[in-house]
Ligand binder design. Structure first.
Ligand code: HEC
Length: 130
């Protein structure tokens, strides 16, 4: 009887020791601030530099007439989706050619986010804030 109790006790102690020896779960990585730009955003910057700068300029202010992307005026729509459509399908009758054969849809979406970010909010361009 005592033996059995001792055996049980020993087993319990061993079990506790093994449980205590288990490695603790690794601490969650802290969110790093500021966030690194994603690879896709980097690629969009590169695509813009190589393909769009000749007409739209490095900051989007435009080199040729009507090509200002930074003035807050979006003739063909100011949502990311509308801008992506302008890039994908081009603007008929202008120098803005369709780029859907050149870039994938996700690449075009990144370009749209990039050029949208170059623009001031539409209202801020009007004097007096009206
Ligand atoms: C050959 C010159 C040229 C190139 C290259 C070019 N664009 Fe354009 N883009 C224009 C012109 C001109 C317009 C204005 C069209 C108009 O009158 O509506 C325009 C319009 C746009 C618009 C619509 C702006 C609005 O007001 O709605 C977007 C967005 C745009 N371009 C993005 C791009 C991006 C991104 C690239 C590179 C992938 C690019 N463009 C390459 C000439 C160019």
């Amino acid at each position: 009887m005592i033996r059995r109790t001792l055996a049980a006790l020993l087993a319990a102690v061993c079990f506790a020791a093994i449980a205590a020896a288990q490695p603790k779960p690794a601490p969650k990585p802290k969110p790093t601030a500021p966030r690194e730009p994603s690879a896709a955003a980097e690629k969009a910057r590169e695509n813009y530099r190589l393909t769009c700068v000749p007409c739209h300029g490095p900051d989007g202010r435009g080199v040729i007439p009507e090509s200002n992307l930074a003035d807050g005026k979006w003739k063909n729509g100011s949502t990311t989706a509308a801008i992506a459509k302008s890039i994908s399908d081009g603007v008929k009758g202008t120098a803005m050619l369709p780029f859907k054969d050149r870039f994938s849809a996700p690449e075009i979406l990144e370009l749209a986010k990039l050029v949208r970010g170059m623009s001031v909010p539409a209202k801020a361009t009007k004097p007096g804030g009206k």
